[in-house]
Design a protein around this ligand. Structure first.
Ligand code: UFG
Length: 325
């Protein structure tokens, strides 16, 4: 049976596709190429569908039958928090609508295994004591339309499990960065590490969005996970779906270790050899002081653990950046 990877031509999807290809899985990529790039999927067949378009359901189900698909990894989505606040209806149309059409096609084609790319954005601003980790039992309270669409899609897959037997693993990604290969770097400049690399290359200095948080150095703490580790988690989730019978699971994907904005900037200085002299500016609205994953569940259940810490994440992001991403 083949694996269908939606969003397989994107930054994260292309890493998943390459790892699956390396281990010899049969694959088919679905991508609308709005941000993905054909060149990233190599010789894997790619079908171009816009999942948000309802007329896609029947041809998508036909593609699942044609390619003998047994499981879907659903990564295709819009993922910019700020943009989601500006265009909420469009985000719901893209991310919730896209998932709804995918699930309809899966039901029609009899494909009952789904790995869904969810996000730590589902947690919102967790009310936790400083220094604590967030586990999957925390009540999700997303504060952006982006986080809401991810949570609604989780619910949709759970309801499909009850209705027609879909089995889903939701992976809640924390802060994904780095590159597994120089040609698969993050082409978007929307997150801290690529933003800072871009600023330094342009001769500008980074900005720290607030240094008066209740954290040891006052800057926000996040859990940065290497995209290659994240991609490996998808393979572990797929294998788990194949061997287990539970209908629905949610797993954090992080390292369990936090890094502050200043830690990241120090690492950027060390990885690049460039002078980093940040300016502290106002807080960015909606930033939790700290968001670090409790990773016990994924370690114990999927047997997956991140292998890389911050240094190889920034080193690989820089290497891919210099290679032209
Ligand atoms: N930051 C700065 N300066 C910048 C850019 C970011 O100080 O120029 C800070 C932010 O305030 C935050 C940290 O760097 O404290 C990380 O910011 P990002 O924008 O890179 O990432 P977020 O933690 O805000 O969000 C990311 C993804 C979301 C995802 C979330 C899950 O962008 O899609 O992680 O934890 F939902």
């Amino acid at each position: 049976m083949a694996v269908m990877v939606t969003g397989g031509a994107g930054y994260i999807g292309a890493h998943v596709v390459r790892l699956l290809r390396e281990r010899g899985d049969d694959l088919v990529v679905v991508d609308d190429l709005s941000t993905g790039e054909m060149g990233r999927v190599g010789d894997v067949p790619l079908v171009r569908f816009d999942l948000a378009d309802g007329s896609t359901v029947d041809p998508l189900a036909a593609a699942m039958r044609d390619h003998r698909v047994g499981a879907v990894i659903h990564i295709a989505a819009k993922k910019q928090v700020g943009e989601s606040a500006a265009r909420p209806a469009w985000y719901y149309e893209q991310n919730v609508g896209g998932t709804a059409h995918l699930l309809q096609a899966m039901e029609s084609a009899g494909v009952d295994q789904l790995m869904f790319s969810s996000s730590a954005a589902t947690y919102g601003l967790p009310d936790l004591p400083p220094g604590s980790l967030i586990d999957e039992e925390a009540t999700p309270r997303p504060i952006s339309p982006y986080g809401e669409t991810k949570l609604v899609a989780e619910w949709m897959s759970r309801a499909a499990g009850r209705a027609w037997g879909l089995r889903t693993v939701n992976l809640r990604y924390f802060n994904v960065a780095g590159a597994g290969w120089d040609d698969l770097g993050d082409p978007g400049v929307f997150n801290l590490i690529p933003i800072v690399l871009g600023q330094l290359i342009a001769g500008d200095q980074p900005k720290i969005f607030g240094d008066d948080y209740e954290t040891p150095d006052g800057t926000c703490i996040r859990d940065y996970v290497h995209v290659l580790d994240l991609a490996q988690a998808h393979l572990a989730a797929l294998d788990y779906l194949d061997r287990d019978t539970r209908p629905y699971d949610v797993f954090n994907v992080g390292t369990g270790a936090g890094a502050s904005v200043r830690d990241v900037l120090d690492q950027v200085a060390s990885s690049t050899g460039l002078t980093v002299d940040p300016e502290v500016v106002e807080r960015r609205p909606g930033d939790p002081a700290q968001l670090v994953a409790d990773v016990r569940r994924i370690e114990q259940t999927l047997g997956w653990k991140a292998e890389h810490d911050l240094a190889p994440i920034v080193d690989s992001a820089w290497s891919a950046w210099r290679a032209g991403r």
